[in-house]
Design a protein around this ligand. Structure first.
Ligand code: IPM
Ligand code: MG
Length: 358
């Protein structure tokens, strides 16, 4: 028996991209003598259809008994009408919370081969290499009270943005540690000119910074950050931010690298970690063999790096991605007008081949 890895393919393009990630990971594991055992579970809409629960007990147990989780994506128009508690997205949020995965790392590095694929000019994006460290189990996503209630003047909706000192301390430490291993700069993003939660955020981040004298810290408002990300992305090393801002800014950061289909993520914080591409289920692309599997493949590489402590395997997968892109192979999302494209499966096959070829 190998190291147990839970596989939650989810909905939309999730299954297609995860299949290719597994193909590449199997190839790499074989080459580097790494024994893995994959066990599948239901999550999101796929789970709702079968069990009426987006995170069935069985899936949670499977995850708890695995070393790591590879996830595709969840959600889709089919389930949009459901009550909030049973929507597919709630499955993933409950999973993050149940496993204590408070630290979400989203590395956005522009592959040299993709400079022309970005919607931004070469001069602007060249050299982009940053990591968004997103707090993942607090803030607006989880705060209570929440919901929609009926009042005398119609309906009233409420969401609550809370952060405790402890929640900020632990995610700030992760960001400083990540930066210490990189270009030693943290940009903490908040809205301290308006939000109370951001005032506390800023104060606590400054306190934690004292533990990391070798790392530079700057603060930036989230609106400024949204602007600076497309103006001078090279200025960023590590972006530390709360849950909702991180959700938004990481999609923006992804586009710097050519396509949202490229970005992997690692959700850490406890024994079992979770790896998923940041793109969604892209229902319009599902079942057509056109989705870009690279975000999922690079997520598998992060799994090798962080959960399996196999830098050699992670690096081999990342080199394969570099090589295939450099050879000119593109999925539709990466192609410029007139450029020839390949499908999800062929991209996976070429990546697996590149892993073998070294
Ligand atoms: C992400 C996604 C999720 C999020 C959704 C699917 C709940 O957008 O991982 O970025 O908002 O966290
Ligand atoms: Mg998102």
């Amino acid at each position: 028996m190998g190291i147990p890895i839970a596989v939650l393919k989810g909905d939309g393009i999730g299954p297609e991209v995860v299949d290719q990630a597994l193909r590449v990971l199997r190839e790499a594991a074989g080459r580097f003598d790494l024994a893995l055992t994959f066990r599948e579970g239901l999550l999101g809409g796929a789970a709702v259809d079968v069990t009426a629960d987006p995170l069935p007990e069985e899936t949670l147990a499977l995850c708890r008994n695995s070393r790591a989780i590879l996830l595709g994506a969840v959600g889709g128009p089919k389930w949009d009408g459901l009550a909030p508690e049973v929507r597919p997205e709630r499955g993933i949020l409950r999973l993050r919370a149940a496993l204590g995965l408070y630290a979400n790392l989203r590395p956005a590095r522009l592959s040299p081969a993709l400079i022309e694929a970005s919607t931004l000019k070469r001069e602007a994006v060249e050299g982009t290499d940053l990591v968004v460290v997103r707090e993942l189990t607090g803030g607006l996503y989880f705060g209570t009270p929440r919901g929609i209630e009926r009042g005398p003047d119609g309906e009233r909706a409420v969401d609550t943005l809370t952060y405790t000192t402890g929640e900020i301390v632990r995610i700030a430490r992760v960001a400083f540690e990540v930066a210490a291993g990189r270009r030693k700069k943290v940009t903490s993003v908040d809205k301290a000119n308006v939000l109370a939660s951001s005032l506390l955020w800023r104060r606590v981040v400054e306190e934690v910074h004292r533990e990391f004298p070798g790392v530079a810290l700057e603060h930036m408002y989230v609106d400024t950050c949204a602007m600076q990300l497309i103006r001078s992305p090279r200025a960023f090393d590590v972006i530390l931010t709360e849950n909702m801002f991180g959700d938004i800014l990481s999609d923006e950061a992804a586009m710097l690298t050519g396509s949202i289909g490229m970005l992997p993520s690692a959700s850490l914080g406890a024994e079992v970690a979770l790896y998923e591409p940041i793109h969604g289920t892209a229902p319009d692309l599902a079942g057509k063999d056109v989705a870009n599997p690279i975000g999922a493949v690079l997520s598998a590489a992060l799994c090798c790096r962080y959960s399996l402590r196999r830098e050699d395997v992670a690096a081999a997968i990342e080199r394969a991605v570099e090589g295939v892109l450099a050879a000119g192979w593109r999925t539709a999302d990466l192609a410029r007008p007139g450029e020839r494209t390949i499908g999800t499966t062929e991209m996976g096959r070429r990546l697996a081949e590149a892993v073998t070829a070294g």
